[in-house]
Design a binder for this molecule. Structure first.
Ligand SMILES: Cc1cc2nc3c(=O)[nH]c(=O)nc-3n(C[C@H](O)[C@H](O)[C@H](O)COP(=O)(O)OP(=O)(O)OC[C@H]3O[C@@H](n4cnc5c(N)ncnc54)[C@H](O)[C@@H]3O)c2cc1C
Length: 659
């Protein structure tokens, strides 16, 4: 029987034992009692905004990232936009509607109260970013422009061409730089957190590796915040940046932080299809393209076969022979259904043989209608950089005239296919964003908090910046309030020494395996297992096979890995090996969670649980909870703990995007 928790873990009183510490003069600087230090790990949108805000509020912030500059955090990749309930289009939007759409988009598996708070602060985020000078797109008259994203029937997405993440990150980075200049934030670039240090049940510091020198360093603080992104790269091929990893989150999990809803992995419908086995990265074509691009496959199987054989091209197929399957199946939302729905629909068509490309694993995203309606200049203004990116990778320009049939001009379409993109699961946090370890907080993509079983487009940036600018800076103070009289602990404590020793020993272990296989070759194999057995369509049997294969491959990793070089100085292969060790833990966790959840919801699709029309079939009676997992040691099944969901404002019902 699983344990049951609720979402409010009180910070609790200062433990008696701390008084002993004072007596033993184990505290760093007893005179400087009000100096409160916070470690923020990560400088993506969540981490940079949190570090800047905490610095501005007077805390001393230690901020670390693995890149050589905060500006290179993965957040920079975000293309399409960020949601807010401003209702600038006068189309009936409101805080409640954004709240409702997000809860519905998450297939009623999000914590309702968190989502309401997110919708409430969404407008402040836009104001904050405009004040920082973020160049959001504007209408001719000067108003901020909007476009639509999946799962919404209003236009509420603010954007800066196809570079929204980059511009938002530059805004956050400028605030962060102010605080660095003011001496409130100390920035450590090319530092990787390897472990969290727990003293008397509270997070009191971290062990980080200086990635340039290879040296381990100890950092202590009154609280630790991790903002280290998602675990999509467990699948090897994903739209995430190559450096994205889940090491910090997995270490926190190993130290006792619950990991929530790991099986909720988002597969994005519009990515450039895989084109060979030498590939290490997939490229996203922003969801914003679905505003004006129409998704289709041929109606006739012989056309699909000709396209796969290369004897026919998409632009040779006339309108009446095209199956705009999303518009056909979901007339109310059409091409703008949520990502999980669009991805499954693409898979269904490809599984039935209607896929295009030489692999049969792709569908068309076509701009012919919008270019004919709006003109190429307007379409380029909206999506120019995305068209160029597509051309650079595939050598096809989607705005190129290709054919005229019955007087209708056709342009070359894009080819797209679903790929792993975002992870809704993450470190469990309470309403204050505190994990199950007091003093340890998690924000941005690395927590599980707001998206339920599926994230709507343009809401990751909203959540990351809500957490960083508007939620954590306030909630963390409820914890820090009782810390004010207890200055940070010394890094000489045995807890730090022990954690450092373990990290060091792990590096020795990996270097000394001296086997024959590279990190990438094993990671790629793990990715295949994940995609095949823990991917878009899951079954109990497949998940069990996947887990078995993962165990076997992990043994191979432990006995036949080859990591060149030493731990001194820069050793990227060693860093990758550490990440892969943690992807194994993560992959198994995703599979355990998927196996335990005998229902389909959002990004978690169990083939045994679907309607006759192939839609996800939830089981609210038995699975209306957040599934939190507690680590039980390597090779052991983790323990499931349930946080029941409570909905007060929204009626839980079956998702409907058809009418
Ligand atoms: C191609 C692409 C396009 C996207 N487009 C959109 C969009 O249009 N709209 C939207 O809302 N969302 C979008 N997303 C999702 C969104 O970009 C991410 O969810 C979001 O940026 C995550 O921000 P974050 O701050 O949580 O993490 P990240 O940006 O991933 O930052 C993680 C930070 O943690 C640091 N870090 C990681 N591990 C360690 C460690 N062990 N030690 C020290 N530092 C560490 C990294 O250096 C980095 O600074 C997109 C995602 C992708 C992949």
């Amino acid at each position: 029987m699983a344990k049951v928790i609720d979402s409010k873990i009180p910070a609790g009183p200062v433990p008696e034992k701390w008084k002993e510490y004072k007596a033993h003069q184990r505290l760093v600087n007893p005179k400087n009692k009000l100096k409160l230090d916070v470690i923020v790990v990560g400088t993506g949108l969540a981490g940079a905004s949190a570090a800047a805000s905490l610095g501005e509020m007077g805390f001393n912030v230690i901020n670390l990232c693995i890149q050589d500059s905060p500006r290179r955090a993965h957040s920079i990749a975000a293309q399409g936009g960020i949601n807010a309930a401003k209702c600038y289009q006068n189309d009936g939007d409101s805080v409640y509607r954004l709240f409702y759409d997000t809860v519905k988009g998450g297939d009623y598996r999000a914590r309702e109260a968190n989502v309401y708070r997110l919708a409430e602060v969404s407008n402040n985020i836009i104001d904050q970013c405009v004040a920082q000078g973020v160049p959001f797109a504007r209408e001719y008259g000067g108003m901020l422009a909007n476009r639509s994203f999946g799962g919404a029937q209003v236009s509420r997405t603010f954007y800066a061409k196809g570079q929204t993440g980059q511009q938002l990150l530059l805004g956050a980075y400028s605030s962060l730089s102010c605080q660095v200049q003011a001496g409130k934030v100390k920035l450590y670039t090319r530092y990787e957190m390897e472990d969290v240090v727990i003293v008397d049940g509270r997070a009191r510091g971290i062990i980080a590796k200086n990635l340039t020198t290879g040296k381990l360093e100890r950092f202590s603080a009154n609280a630790v915040v991790i903002a280290t992104g998602g675990y999509g790269n467990t699948y090897f091929l994903s739209t995430n940046a190559m450096g994205c990893n889940c090491t910090a989150a997995v270490q926190c999990y190993r130290k006792g932080a619950y990991f929530a809803n790991p099986s909720y992995v988002q597969i994005h419908p519009t990515c450039i299809p895989v084109h060979g086995d030498k590939q290490s990265k997939l490229t996203l074509m922003s969801e914003s393209l679905r505003n004006d691009g129409r998704i289709w496959v041929p109606k006739k199987i012989e056309d699909a076969k000709a396209l796969q054989a290369g004897t026919k091209q998409g632009w040779e197929i006339p309108e009446e022979d095209r199956d705009y399957y999303l518009e056909r199946r979901y007339p109310a939302f059409g091409n703008l259904v949520p990502r999980d729905v669009a991805s499954r629909a693409a898979k269904e068509r490809c599984d039935k043989g209607f896929g295009v490309n030489n692999t049969g694993l792709a569908v068309f995203l076509d701009f012919s209608e919008s270019i004919n309606r709006l003109g190429i200049d307007i379409v380029m203004q909206r999506y120019g950089n995305l068209f160029e990116m597509y051309q650079e990778i595939t050598d096809v320009f989607p705005g190129e005239k290709a054919n005229v049939i019955n007087g209708v001009q056709y342009y070359k379409p894009m080819m797209i296919f679903p790929a792993v993109h975002y992870t809704m699961g993450g470190i469990w946090v309470d309403y204050e964003l505190q994990t199950s370890i007091p003093g340890l907080f998690a924000i941005g993509e690395c927590n599980f908090s707001d998206h339920g079983a599926n994230r709507l487009g343009a809401s990751a940036l909203m959540q990351g910046l809500a957490d960083g600018y508007f939620v954590l800076p306030y909630t963390i103070q409820n914890y820090l309030a009782d810390q004010a009289v207890w200055p940070k602990v010394s890094t000489d404590l045995p807890e730090f020494a022990e954690a450092e020793k373990k990290v060091d020993a792990e590096m020795d272990r990996l270097l000394n395996i001296k086997g024959k296989r590279s990190v990438d070759s094993i990671h790629k194999e793990l990715g295949h297992i994940m995609w095949e057995y823990v991917g878009m369509g899951r079954t109990a049997e497949g998940l069990k096979t996947g887990l078995k294969k993962m165990h076997e491959l992990e043994k191979e990793f432990d006995t036949n890995l080859f990591v060149p070089g030493t731990k001194e100085g820069l050793n990227i292969e060693l860093d990758k090996a550490i990440h892969l060790r943690d992807f194994f833990t993560m992959g198994q966790l995703v599979a355990f969670d998927a196996l335990s959840r005998n229902e389909s919801c959002g990004g978690h699709f169990r083939e045994e649980y679907q309607t006759e029309e192939g839609e996800a079939k939830r089981d609210d009676e038995n699975y209306f909870y957040v599934g939190c997992w507690e680590y039980q040691g390597k090779g052991n099944e983790p323990t499931l703990i349930k946080e029941p969901l409570e909905y007060e404002a929204i009626k839980v019902q079956t998702r409907n995007y058809k009418n």
